[in-house]
Write a protein that binds this ligand. Structure first.
Ligand code: F0G
Length: 463
C-alpha cells in the first residue's frame, strides 16, 4: 500500500482513548499572533497552534498504564516506594547501580558539571552538544567542543551513523589538552545534527578512549531507544538482537547517563542521572539538595516517578519504535517529493529541512531558517523550530558573526500524538508554502538575549 508512491508506515501498536481539541485559526489571526509574539514561535499561545512540532520533548501522549501508574505514586518526601520502583527499572534497563531523579535533563547537566568542577580553561567534548548542555558547560566558563564526523555537515549524504563522534579528533584533543578535558558527553541520538544515531562501534571505542585518558564519559541518552532501534536496523551483527539488549550494551560502554526523560521516557516532565561511581554519586547526592530536592525525588512528584518507570518499559516496544521511525521517514519522503531539501537520512525524532536552500534569497543576518519557521506558522498554524544560526551562531568582539555550518528547520514529531492524516497535512502545507517561497521575507532581530538567544529573542519582518 502506498501514498504518492511512498510506502505507508507500519501502524502503531496502540489505539486512541482520549483526544484533545485543536483549532485552526484564520490567516488574519495567525498574522496577528505572530506580530504579538515578536516573531518568536516560543511566544505563540499553544491554543493558536493547529499542529505543534516545536519539540518532541514533554509532548508525548501517555498510555492508560501510565495514567494508572500516576495513581500509585507514593508522595512520601524521602525514600518513597515510587523511587525504588523507578530505580529498579533503570537498573534493569540500563545496568547502572545508582539512580538520581531530577526535574528534567538540564538539571542533570547542571548538577553533573558542577560536581565535576568544570571551570574556565576546561573543556567538555561531545559529538554535538544540544543547546542547554552547551549552555551548562559555558555558564561555568568552560568550553564545549563538538567533534562530530564530517558527514554530519553534509545534508545530502546518506551514511547510516551521522551522529558518530570523530574518534581521531577525540584522541588528538586528549593527547594535546587531556588534563583540561573534564568530561565527554555523547548525545544519542544527535539532536543538533538531525536526530542522527551513533553506532555501537563508535560508542564502545569512545568508551575505551575515555578510559585510557581517564575522562568521565556520559551518554546524553534522551533518545536512547531510538538510537538502539537504528543500531538494530543499520549496524551489522545487531539485526537479531532485541532493542532492550542493544540499549543495555550501549550503556555498558559508558560511566553513566544524563537523561531528559521528556523524550524516550514518554513523560511530560522528568529526568535522571544514572551511574556506577559510588564516590561521584555521593557528591551529587549532597550537592543536589540545595537546588533539586532530596535525592529520591529530585524535583519530581512520586507519581511522576511511577509514570516514568512505566514509560521506560513501553518505549522499548519494537513495533512502536518501528512505526515511529517510519512515520518520521514518511513525512521526510513526502516533503522531498515536493522538492524540499531535507536532511538525509531522516533522523529519529523529526524531519529537518535545509533553511538555506528553502530561502536562498534571505541572507544569514536575516535568519533564513527562522524566517521559514514563521512563514510555516503563518501559512498553516504549524509550529516548528529553527536549529541553526539563531540557536548556535556566535559573535566575536567586533560584532562579526560566525555561522554554524548547518541552518535547519526542525519538524519534531511528538510521540504517539499525531496520526497519518496530520502528517499528510503537514507535508501538503509546507509543500504549498515552498511553491511561493520567494515571497518569504527575512527577519530583523530587535532584542537579543545574551544566552540561549532563541528562547527570548524578538524580531520584526524586513520590509
Ligand atoms: N539533551 C538533549 C539531547 C536534548 O534534546 C535536550 C532537550 C536536553 C538534553 C535537555 O533536556 O529539556 O529535559 O532539560 N531538548 C528539547 C528539544 C528541549 O526540543 O530538543 P530538558
Amino acid at each position: 500500500m502506498d501514498f504518492e508512491g511512498i510506502e505507508f508506515p507500519t501502524p502503531p501498536p496502540y489505539k486512541i482513548k482520549m483526544v484533545e481539541f485543536t483549532e485552526l485559526p484564520s490567516l488574519e489571526e495567525r498574522q496577528k499572533v505572530l506580530r504579538e509574539a515578536g516573531y518568536n514561535v516560543f511566544n505563540i499561545p499553544s491554543e493558536k497552534i493547529y499542529i505543534d512540532l516545536l519539540t518532541d520533548s514533554g509532548t508525548s501522549a501517555m498510555s492508560d498504564l501510565q495514567w494508572g501508574a500516576l495513581m500509585r505514586g507514593d508522595e512520601a518526601y524521602a525514600s518513597a516506594r515510587s523511587f525504588f520502583n523507578l530505580q529498579r527499572t533503570i537498573q534493569e534497563i540500563m545496568g547502572f547501580g545508582y539512580v538520581i531523579p531530577v526535574h528534567q535533563g538540564r538539571a542533570a547537566e547542571y548538577l553533573m558539571f558542577r560536581v565535576l568542577g568544570l571551570e574556565k580553561g576546561d573543556y567538555a567534548l561531545s559529538n554535538q552538544f544540544f543547546d542547554t548542555t552547551r549552555a551548562n558547560v559555558e555558564v561555568r566558563g568552560a568550553t564545549a567542543v563538538d567533534l562530530v564526523v564530517e558527514d554530519a555537515y553534509d545534508i545530502t549524504k546518506e551514511t547510516p551513523f551521522k551522529g558518530n563522534i570523530d574518534l581521531k579528533k577525540v584522541e588528538n584533543f586528549l593527547a594535546e589538552r587531556g588534563e583540561r578535558v573534564k568530561v565527554i558527553v555523547l548525545t544519542i541520538t544527535n539532536n543538533s545534527g538531525g536526530g542522527q544515531p551513533v553506532s555501537m562501534e563508535n560508542i564502545k571505542k569512545l568508551g575505551e578512549i575515555a578510559k585510557e585518558f581517564k575522562v568521565p564519559f556520559f551518554l546524553d541518552a534522551a533518545r536512547f531507544a531510538e538510537n538502539a532501534y537504528f543500531i538494530k536496523l543499520r549496524e551489522k551483527g545487531f539485526e537479531d538482537k532485541s532493542v532492550k539488549d542493544i540499549a543495555r550494551e550501549m550503556f555498558s560502554a559508558a560511566d553513566g547517563v544524563l537523561v531528559s526523560a521528556k523524550k524516550d521516557g514518554l513523560v511530560n516532565i522528568g529526568g535522571f542521572i544514572a551511574l556506577n561511581d559510588r564516590n561521584l554519586y555521593w557528591r551529587i547526592r549532597q550537592s543536589m539538595v540545595v537546588t533539586e530536592g532530596f535525592p529520591t525525588y529530585g524535583g519530581l512528584a512520586g507519581r511522576d516517578l511511577e509514570a516514568l518507570a512505566q514509560g521506560l518499559r513501553e518505549v522499548l516496544n519494537e513495533r512502536y519504535l518501528q512505526s515511529r521511525i517510519e512515520q518520521v521517514a514518511f513525512l521526510g519522503k513526502l516533503l522531498e517529493k515536493r522538492g524540499i531539501q531535507v536532511l538525509k537520512p531522516c533522523g529519529g525524532h523529526g524531519v529537518y529541512l535545509d533553511g538555506l536552500s528553502f530561502v536562498p534569497h534571505i541572507p544569514r543576518e536575516q535568519w533564513p531558517s527562522h524566517a521559514v519557521v514563521c512563514a510555516i506558522y503563518e501559512h498553516s498554524a504549524i509550529r516548528c523550530v529553527e536549529i541553526g544560526s539563531l540557536m548556535f551562531a556566535k559573535r566575536n568582539g567586533n560584532g562579526e558573526w560566525s555561522w554554524p555550518k548547518l541552518d535547519l528547520i526542525r519538524l519534531a514529531i511528538p510521540r504517539r500524538v499525531y496520526t497519518l492524516d496530520h502528517i499528510i497535512y503537514i507535508a501538503r502545507s509546507i509543500g504549498e508554502l515552498y511553491k511561493r517561497r520567494d515571497d518569504i521575507k527575512g527577519l530583523k532581530m530587535t532584542f537579543e538575549p545574551p544566552m540561549l538567544r532563541h528562547f527570548n529573542a524578538l524580531f520584526e519582518p524586513v520590509r
